[in-house]
Write a new protein. Sequence first.
Length: 351
Amino acid sequence: TRTLDLAVIPGDGIGPEVIGEALTVMRAAVGESLEVRETHYPLGASHYLATGEILSDDTLAALGQHDAILLGAVGGDPRDPTLAGGIIERGLLLKLRFALDHHVNLRPTRLYPGVSSPLASPGDIDFVVVREGTEGPYVGNGGAIRVGTPHEVANETSVNTAYGVERVVRFAFAEAERRRKKLTLVHKTNVLVHAGSLWQRTVDRVAAEHPEVRVDYLHVDATMIFLVTDPARFDVIVTDNLFGDIVTDLAGAVGGGIGIAASGNLDPSGAHPSMFEPVHGSAPDIAGRGIADPTAAILSAALLLRHTGHPEAAERIERAVEADLASRSGAEARSTEAIGASIAAAVRQYS
Ligand code: NAD
Ligand code: IPM
Ligand code: MN
């Protein structure tokens, strides 16, 4: 049998709750054909408060050796002052994305049959956001002076390199070729002119190599309008790190809820393990109650299996999720565990 050397970072809050179910479903989906060797890493806000470690060099090196990483969610309550400044998010999650060169953050949205969208007439929602993952304002090279004085100056700098923009744009065009052949660049070229020009010129240049792909451009603010009024117009959206973060929470919401939105942080070169995680966070408001929806984590596990060369297992999970979602409308709310068990049972039927 083949083996998958999997690193698991359950994280904080609902992270461990949803990851438990994702692993149950994953084991059911691979059956005997694949041996999943799990190594669990107890990283996150709780681990930091207990041990002082956010992410040591040794742990980072060890994580880099796996075939893939499955992550629940990390971070504490945004109102907890001991964790202010996003030390866990930046020191752990973003550090992993940067160190492992996760320059493609792939975030699909699909309104599954039977799932109710908050939109009155959602239409056929099936698009993917290709969010740049290693640049933009996320690099953290801003700075502040005269802090706390009336003359404070606080700068966050968005970094956009020709190399970084081109590689993610190329990935997005390839994705569009595989899909409905439409690509929308989302930016704010009317204000952020330097970065905007680089993104637009890069898209124009790569577009010449993909005559089949229809190319569109939208300002990010107008994108918010169309995600609500006409989300069916989108196929592949390519955008920078920060716009992509914001766009994908709205995408999750219109696609039936943040509890089912999955993502992959990819290094398409394969030089580093890719990392799969729900779009949502640790949800401190519902943590510990066993009511978080594990579907986003389960679909992230499916993305992981597809990316690591196990498309049949991925498909079994996606079919099972689809069946489970279709049965939900009007039914009683179920626990995290009940949803996981029901999807795992459906997966076994397809095996
Ligand atoms: P959040 O996504 O954790 O929660 C937003 C809202 O969505 C909450 O009301 C929550 O209860 C709900 N929700 C989220 N996931 C759900 C699920 N699976 N089922 C049902 N409801 C769900 O966002 P937040 O409150 O802004 O962030 C909480 C913490 O998580 C912060 O520390 C933040 O930095 C961190 N965070 C981490 C990640 C990650 O690890 N990838 C992503 C986003 C936020
Ligand atoms: C996400 C999260 C992260 C991001 C935070 C927690 C750093 O919101 O994965 O969408 O901004 O990328
Ligand atoms: Mn986000």
